[in-house]
Design a protein around this ligand. Structure first.
Ligand SMILES: *[C@@H]1O[C@H](CO)[C@@H](O)[C@H](O)[C@H]1NC(C)=O
Ligand SMILES: *[C@@H]1O[C@H](CO)[C@@H](O)[C@H](O)[C@H]1NC(C)=O
Ligand SMILES: *[C@@H]1O[C@H](CO)[C@@H](O)[C@H](O)[C@H]1NC(C)=O
Ligand SMILES: *[C@@H]1O[C@H](CO)[C@@H](O)[C@H](O)[C@H]1NC(C)=O
Length: 177
C-alpha cells in the first residue's frame, strides 16, 4: 500500500511539475501584462525584471521593489514562507548580508521589505506562480516612487500608476545566456 501511495504521489509530482512552470522555492519576481504563465519568462507580455531598491540608500531601512531593464549582472531571488516574501541583500555600503522580509501589504502602499522578522504575512502564490495579496491576484501596480523610480504598489491608484501582474519565475527574463 505504502509503495503504491508513493508511486501515485511521485506520478502526481511529475504531472504537477510538467503542468506548472516550476515548483518554486527560490524564485525571481517579474511584472507582466499577462496573468497566464510562460515557461520562458522572457516571453511574458511586457515583462520586467525587478530588484530590491532602497529609496534612502544611506539607511536602507526599507526596501521597495523596482523595475530593472536588461543588462543587469545578477538578480536577488526570493522565498515565500508564512505569507512573507524574503530576500537576501547586502547591507548599507555593501557590508554584510541581511534577510529582508516583506511587511503586511496594504492598499495604496508599496511592496516593502524590512530587515526585521515578520509573521503572518498576506502574500500567496496562485497556481504556484502568480503572487497574490490576501488571495487576490489583481491589484499590483507600477507607480512612480517619491524619487520618480518605477516601483511596485498594491492597489496604487495614482495617475502615474499602471496595473500589472506579479509572477514568480525560476529564471529571470532577458538575461544573456
Ligand atoms: C526565451 O525567449 C527569448 C525571447 O523570445 C529567446 O531569446 C530565448 O532563446 C528563449 N529561451 C529559451 C531557453 O527558450
Ligand atoms: C538564490 O539566492 C541565494 C543567495 O544569494 C543563492 O545562494 C541561490 O543560489 C539563489 N538561487 C537561485 C535559484 O538563483
Ligand atoms: C486611492 O487609494 C487609497 C487607498 O486605498 C484611497 O484611500 C483613495 O480614496 C483612492 N483614491 C482614488 C482616487 O481612488
Ligand atoms: C526575516 O525573517 C526570517 C524568518 O522569520 C528571520 O529568520 C530573519 O531573521 C528576518 N530578518 C531579519 C534581518 O531579522
Amino acid at each position: 500500500m505504502r509503495f503504491t501511495t508513493l508511486t501515485v504521489l511521485s506520478a502526481l509530482g511529475a504531472f504537477l511539475s510538467a503542468a506548472l512552470p516550476t515548483e518554486l522555492t527560490e524564485f525571481f519576481l517579474v511584472t507582466s501584462d499577462q496573468s497566464d504563465p510562460s515557461t520562458n519568462s522572457s516571453q511574458l507580455r511586457g515583462v520586467h525584471a525587478t530588484t530590491p531598491y532602497a529609496e534612502d540608500p544611506v539607511s536602507q531601512s526599507t526596501l521597495l521593489l523596482r523595475l530593472i531593464g536588461s543588462g543587469y549582472n545578477s538578480l536577488p531571488n526570493f522565498t515565500l514562507a508564512d505569507g512573507v516574501l524574503s530576500t537576501l541583500t547586502a547591507g548599507p555600503h555593501g557590508i554584510g548580508s541581511y534577510k529582508y522580509n516583506s511587511t503586511t501589504i496594504t492598499a495604496g502602499k508599496e511592496l516593502q521589505f524590512v530587515a526585521q522578522k515578520q509573521e503572518n504575512g498576506n502574500v500567496g502564490l496562485d497556481g504556484g506562480y502568480l503572487v497574490t495579496v490576501d488571495g487576490e491576484k489583481e491589484g499590483w501596480a507600477i507607480c512612480d516612487s517619491d524619487s520618480g523610480t518605477d516601483v511596485l504598489y498594491w492597489k496604487g491608484n495614482g495617475t502615474d500608476c499602471k496595473t500589472t501582474y506579479l509572477h514568480a519565475v525560476s529564471k529571470p527574463p532577458y538575461k544573456k545566456a
